[in-house]
Each structure stands twice: as C-alpha cells, then as structure tokens.
Ligand binder design. Structure first.
Ligand code: FES
Length: 43
C-alpha cells in the first residue's frame, strides 16, 4: 500500500472570498496547499 502524503499536520489559515468555490485537496499532492491544483490526476 502506498504511503499517504501529509504536507502539514497543523491547520491552514486561508483567506477566501464570498460566493467563490474552493476545492480542498484530499490527496496531499497539490503545490497550493490546502487547495486542489489538479495534481491528483497526474500520473
Ligand atoms: S485533491 Fe489533491 S491535488 Fe487535487
């Protein structure tokens, strides 16, 4: 089984804008933690 990618074990402080949709990275591979950048679908 592949080891999980854990970029940080502490909470992230993120500024967000009202009515904008954000996708939380659940794979740990994004370069824009904690927001998904599409890295999960790269081979
Ligand atoms: S869910 Fe992690 S990069 Fe998309």
């Amino acid at each position: 089984m592949k080891k999980p990618t854990i970029p940080q074990k502490d909470p992230y402080k993120v500024k967000v804008e009202k009515d904008k949709t954000y996708f939380w990275c659940v794979c740990g591979l994004t370069q824009k933690q904690p927001i998904c950048d599409g890295s999960h679908s790269k081979p």
